[in-house]
Design a protein around this ligand. Structure first.
Ligand code: ZN
Ligand code: ZN
Length: 583
């Protein structure tokens, strides 16, 4: 924690503007800062239209940015100018909310410079380039009428050949793993520009000439994508020009961890904490499994190996699961139960005016294998509904695959999943975040805080007696929590210590009780991303530590409800910033 703040302090301007330190001048400083923030975002949206689009800001939908050296210079100039402006504000003259925004922006600008100059993913990740993905979003979006969306797509596609020419020029010894990913994702992008687009164009109100021009541009864009995929396949992979290791190593990992997680802990501390937490969880699991053994394995001898003992009890518990056709209904039925429990146990105040809409995942979002997710309205579209997307099991899955999936989301784990995704997890946190009207916190929301809260909220519910304190639910919560703990361990062991696939699969299956398919999927994900897998455990641990600290200090006066509501009231800010405000 000390290191982080020392870094922040080092960025503070040497002298504070006397006009803004006087208390009467504070509102003026906040007004100036609000103006600065809005201006920064408007310039950023012009610079990065794809990012804007993902946040629901649609003014620049027609722009495709060519990722060349000129663009990198414009970005560097933007960051330098904003860092200079930021240094002109006295941190003490700002309101608590703006102080947090100041720190978030300062970190964001530093991170941008570091990513462009030091990490340089633009050189080694061919999957960073994909024209089709955003076109798919535009095509499926509902923010503009079809004709307008198609005109925007047409304008973008006109630049696709130049876009891929710049992408090729950027690449310099990429990793084989990211090259393979770039090939797969661009093939997906290629499909977006196929029959679906043509059907949309033909059913639209575009003039004949506009239709012809769009289809001509789509044809040229498809050729450019094909050329890029072919280049990656033959010119890079087959030619032996993808030799970089996907492991970023200790120094880059530590810095990326500091900039992205914005934790009070260092990466090294988190690894040590995760190892200890793994041991604690396994101890708790062995005690519960021993108690459950006579109920689920009556008459059978207790295995000498504790890990085998735990696994055999889990294998019995997961037999209780919804029917294949009843998966969506099972989730739907649980939401009101969770909501009532939160009210009855006064865990926090809920907002009945913003109900969560449970729906089957729309077709265009399906296929990722993610059973459930929350779609929240972007910061520019707060009044829209929040959806809890639940994907029905694909009809073409063989029985064995469906059974394995349903056992993973058994009756116990499904409740934990619903707490995590919905109430009082991600959905509840979003409702609170939207009340603290800060675009900066919404746009640059901290992943460790968001995921940490969702994991923390599971424990809040079980601690309050949800599930009647049963060993069954606690054992499967332990297993679930072990997964995020092992994510953090695997992330660092892979990225900084050279762990191989066999080591990681052994760790996850043996000590994490995961199926081999899940473990191999995790390995694959960990070769393509860095630090993100550490966010769940880090956020959870940090929020728990803050809660424990405040509970110790307040003693008998401590209120779970007050803590939860106050914690959520600052929006999706990094936990150490929230901790400062709560102390
Ligand atoms: Zn079954
Ligand atoms: Zn989550």
């Amino acid at each position: 924690m000390k290191l982080r703040y020392l870094l922040l302090l080092a960025w503070l301007p040497a002298c504070t503007d006397p006009a803004t330190t006087a208390s009467t001048a504070a509102p003026a400083a906040d007004a100036r800062f609000d103006h600065f923030k809005n201006q920064l975002l408007l310039e950023l949206w012009r610079l990065e239209p794809d990012f804007a689009l993902s946040q629901g800001f649609h003014k620049y939908d027609s722009l495709l940015v060519i990722p060349d050296a000129g663009q990198r210079e414009r970005e560097a100039a933007f960051v330098a100018a904003k860092q200079h402006s930021l240094a002109g504000f006295g941190l003490d003259s700002l309101s608590a909310g703006n102080q947090t925004d100041y720190r978030i922006l300062q970190n964001e600008l530093t991170a941008r410079r570091w990513r462009a100059d030091t990490l340089r993913e633009w050189q080694w990740n061919p999957a960073a380039y994909n024209v089709g993905a955003t076109v798919g979003e535009l095509l499926n979006g509902r923010h503009h009428p079809l004709a307008r969306r198609l005109r925007n797509i047409s304008d973008r596609l006109a630049l696709a050949p130049a876009y891929y020419a710049a992408a090729r020029a950027n690449l310099d010894n990429p990793t084989p793993e990211h090259t393979q990913l770039g090939i797969e994702q661009n093939k997906g992008g290629f499909d977006v520009l196929g029959a679906g687009l043509r059907d949309s164009v033909q059913s639209s109100s575009l003039t004949r000439a506009e239709q012809a021009r769009l289809m001509e541009r789509a044809g040229a864009a498809r050729a450019a994508i094909e050329g890029y995929v072919e280049f990656l396949r033959r010119g890079v992979l087959a030619a032996g020009r993808a030799r970089r290791s996907f492991r970023i190593g200790q120094a880059l990992f530590d810095r990326k961890f500091a900039l992205e997680i914005q934790s009070g802990y260092s990466a090294g501390q988190v690894l040590a904490l995760a190892q200890q937490h793994k041991r604690d969880l396994l101890l708790d699991m062995s005690q519960r499994a021993r108690r459950l053994w006579p109920r689920y394995r009556a008459g059978q001898p207790l295995p000498a190996d504790t890990l085998v003992l735990i696994r055999q009890v889990i294998d019995k518990l997961t037999l209780k699961h919804p029917l294949r056709t009843g998966f969506v209904a099972a989730i739907k039925a649980q939401i009101p139960v969770l909501s009532r429990f939160v009210d009855a146990h006064q865990l926090l105040t809920q907002d009945p005016g913003k109900p969560l809409v449970v729906r089957e995942t729309p077709l265009y979002m399906r296929g990722s294998g993610a059973g459930a997710s929350v779609s929240a309205p972007g910061p520019y579209d707060k009044s829209a509904d929040t959806f809890y997307n639940v994907e029905p099991l694909p009809a073409d899955w063989p029985a064995a695959r469906a059974e394995s999936y349903l056992r993973e989301y058994n009756d116990y784990t499904l409740q934990i999943l619903n707490i995590h995704e919905a109430i009082p997890g991600h959905y509840t946190q979003l409702v609170y975040a939207n009340r603290s009207p800060s675009l900066v916190k919404s746009v640059f929301g901290n992943g460790a805080m968001v995921e940490g809260w969702a994991v923390f909220s599971e424990k809040v519910m079980l601690d309050a007696g949800y599930g009647n304190n049963s060993d069954e639910l606690w054992l499967l919560w332990d297993k679930w929590n072990l997964r995020s703990t092992l994510n953090a361990i695997a992330d660092q062991r892979i990225q900084t210590q050279g762990a191989r696939e066999a080591d990681i699969v052994a760790l996850l299956t043996r000590e994490g009780f995961q199926e081999e398919a899940e473990a191999r999927g995790k390995w694959h994900r960990a070769t393509l991303s860095q630090v993100q897998l550490s966010s769940y455990f880090t956020g959870y641990t940090e929020i728990t530590a803050l809660r424990d600290e405040i509970r110790r200090r307040e003693g008998a006066k401590f209120s779970v409800k007050k803590f939860n509501e106050q914690f959520l009231s600052y929006g999706s800010a990094p936990v150490p910033y929230i901790a400062r405000l709560m102390r």
